[in-house]
Ligand binder design. Structure first.
Ligand code: PGA
Length: 261
């Protein structure tokens, strides 16, 4: 079956409410009458602003096909977890997706495979679609450990998840060395890892359609110049985009590349 592509912008710690609402307007303006919502093979489009801008961005995105997501979720419902956000709070805002386990969180904020799994379960419980990030460091790639590292991260993130749960899960392969570096993975290197992840899903969910239906995004310096090539790979089902998602013209080109235009 054909997987609908997902083009997701990770705004990271950028964009106040006013700036975020303006960015949505500016992205929309790139399409004119040709809004991607109306295309037959339209990709899903997602933007993930910082928590404080979510409400304003949801308001600005009304009447468009843009989904709005968060960048984190805690596994407890409430309590003494300073600086964290619960599923209920995200439900109240109306977010539909959440990025989990981004390498910046793993690197700077103590995110582990175990907490990624807990956050994923919390998102599913709250009907928010998790976008789970995995990726190897440059050192791990140079040591030939890429596939093993990714396999471990995927297995841990999906621990105890059923085939039913997987209907709402997206995986994002984001090589750490490619993020924000301007140095994206080649089409072939990215495809190799994506195919491995899909093969692993086949093993983990044998006898189900999970491997065929799960979207696997590529992230790490995806931009207007390389998106078409990456998105043309058989196992790349979209992109998780940082820097270029803040530039309306570039983000629009990436969305159009997913439309096959
Ligand atoms: P980048 O970030 O596109 O700026 O490399 C991608 C990401 O971190 O999700």
């Amino acid at each position: 079956m054909a997987r609908r592509k997902l083009i997701a912008g990770n705004w990271k710690m950028n964009m106040t409410s006013a700036e975020g609402a303006q960015l949505i307007k500016d992205i929309k303006a790139q399409f004119g009458a040709e809004c991607p919502c109306t295309a037959v093979n339209k990709p899903d489009v997602l933007v993930c602003p910082p928590f404080t801008s979510i409400a304003a961005v949801i308001e600005a995105a009304k009447g468009t096909c843009f989904n709005v997501g968060a960048q984190n979720i805690h596994w407890e419902e409430k309590g003494a977890y300073t600086g964290e956000i619960s599923g209920n709070m995200l439900n109240e805002l109306g977010v539909t997706y959440v990025i989990i386990g981004h390498s910046e969180r793993r690197q700077y904020f103590g995110e582990t495979d175990d907490t990624v799994n807990k956050r994923t379960k919390a998102a599913l419980k709250h009907n928010i679609k998790p976008v789970i990030c995995v990726g190897e460091t440059l050192k791990q790639r140079q040591a030939g450990e890429t596939l093993a590292v990714i396999e471990n991260q995927v297995r841990a993130a999906l621990k105890d998840l059923t085939a039913e749960d997987m209907k709402n899960v997206t995986i994002a392969y984001e090589p750490v060395w490619a993020i924000g570096s301007g140095l994206a993975a080649t089409n072939e290197d990215a495809q190799e890892v994506h195919a491995m992840i899909r093969g692993l899903l086949k093993k983990l969910y044998e006898g189900t359609s999970v491997a065929d239906e799960t979207r696997i995004l590529y992230g790490g310096s995806m931009n207007d110049a390389n998106a078409a090539g990456l998105l043309a790979q058989p196992d790349i089902d979209g992109g998780l985009i940082g820097g270029a998602a803040l530039k309306p013209d570039k983000f629009a080109v990436i969305i159009k590349a997913a439309l096959g235009k």
